[in-house]
Design a protein. Sequence first.
Length: 192
Amino acid sequence: MSKKIIYGLVGAAVVFFIISLIIFLQSDSSAEKAKPAEAQSKSVEKVEEPEFINLKVFFYTERSRYMRPVLYELEFPPIREDLYLKFMDLLLKGEENYIKPIPEGVTLRSLYYIEDENLLVLDFNEELIIKFPAGTGTELEFIYFFVDNFCYNFKEIKKVMFSVAGNNIKTLTGHIDMENPFYPNYGYLIDQ
């Protein structure tokens, strides 16, 4: 073969390679431009309607020693403890024309659900001990306001324990032993 033919073939191969490379790069960049539109349409398709849960929140009334239900609907969050926190907000906020057995200034510091024990731990601020009125009846109303509400609405919770400022407490005002968890006593509820 002559040198002219070899140079011609090498030149043709280089031109073919460059044209192929340009075509490949252009097709790759047009595919990249198309991806965001595809991703956007897929993300729109994946949006799901939020799930809601119907709950009965029980409050005391002036005319009865029993708690009566008020119906609520809450959006079901992805984390179960967030649902418990939303529910706790309803309890602490109260409802007009109903009584919540919680002294003013008492807030929840945190809550923990221990799945293996089906136990919910409610940790309140120190105002609970400072401001709580004395009496066995008021302690029982406070305890079962939370225990019955949580156990009634969330079947996975079988018992509730109380703490203050991250510490176990012996009693609120000297009447009821608070060192152990409480099981529900639905005798405080009228479920209408």
